[in-house]
Design a protein around this ligand. Structure first.
Ligand code: PNS
Length: 157
C-alpha cells in the first residue's frame, strides 16, 4: 500500500491544506493528516478541536485519516510504516522553511523522503494565521475554511 503523511500544526486546517490533501489522496492509497506540535507556535485550538476541524474538512476523502501526535514526525512515520512526507508550499518562504525541516528529518531518518507539492494558485494567500485573525475580528471565514468546519468553529463560541 502506498501511503504518505501530510504533517502540520493545522491551527486551523484551511482550504489550502485541503487542496494539498485532496491532490495527495489521488496519488496515494492512504493519506495520514498528522497534527503535530510546532514548538515555535502557540496554538489557538486544542488538538481535539484541530482534529475535528480537519476531519470535517476531509470528510469526502475516504482514504484520508486524521491523527494527532506529540512526538517527532519521523517517529510517527516509522510507527505507521510510512516512507513519504508530503508538504504543501505556497512560495519561496515556505520552501526555505520546509527545505530545512526536510533536511533535519532526513538526518533523523534517511529512509523517509519528503516531497513538496506546490499549492494551487487560488490558495496562495490562504493561511491558518489569516484564518485566526479573521476569527479574532469576527469576519467571514468562507473561502478560507471548509463550510462544515466553519459551523463547528462557530459552535465552539
Ligand atoms: O504547519 P507547520 O507549523 O508548518 O508544521 C510544522 C510541524 C508541526 C510539521 C513540525 O513542527 C513538526 O514536524 N513537529 C513535530 C516535531 C518534529 O518532528 N520536528 C522536526 C524535527 S526536529
Amino acid at each position: 500500500m502506498k501511503a504518505c503523511i501530510i504533517p502540520g500544526s493545522f491551527d486551523p486546517f484551511t482550504l489550502g491544506h485541503l487542496d494539498i490533501v485532496r491532490r495527495a489522496s489521488k496519488l496515494f492509497d492512504k493519506v495520514y493528516v498528522a497534527i503535530l506540535v510546532n514548538s515555535a507556535k502557540h496554538g489557538k485550538f486544542d488538538f481535539a478541536q484541530r482534529k475535528r476541524i480537519a476531519e470535517l474538512s476531509c470528510a469526502e476523502l475516504s482514504n484520508v485519516e486524521v491523527l494527532t501526535a506529540d512526538g517527532l514526525l519521523v517517529d510517527l512515520c516509522r510507527a505507521l510504516s510510512v516512507k513519504m512526507i508530503v508538504k504543501g508550499v505556497r512560495n519561496d518562504r515556505d520552501f526555505s522553511y520546509e527545505f530545512d525541516m526536510a533536511e533535519m528529518n532526513r538526518k533523523l531518518a534517511p529512509e523517509i523522503e519528503t516531497v513538496f507539492m506546490p499549492c494551487s494558485p487560488e490558495f496562495a494567500c490562504v493561511s491558518s494565521t489569516f484564518a485566526r485573525d479573521l476569527m479574532k475580528y469576527e469576519k467571514d471565514l468562507r473561502g478560507i475554511i471548509h463550510p462544515d468546519a466553519i459551523e463547528y468553529i462557530y459552535s465552539l463560541s
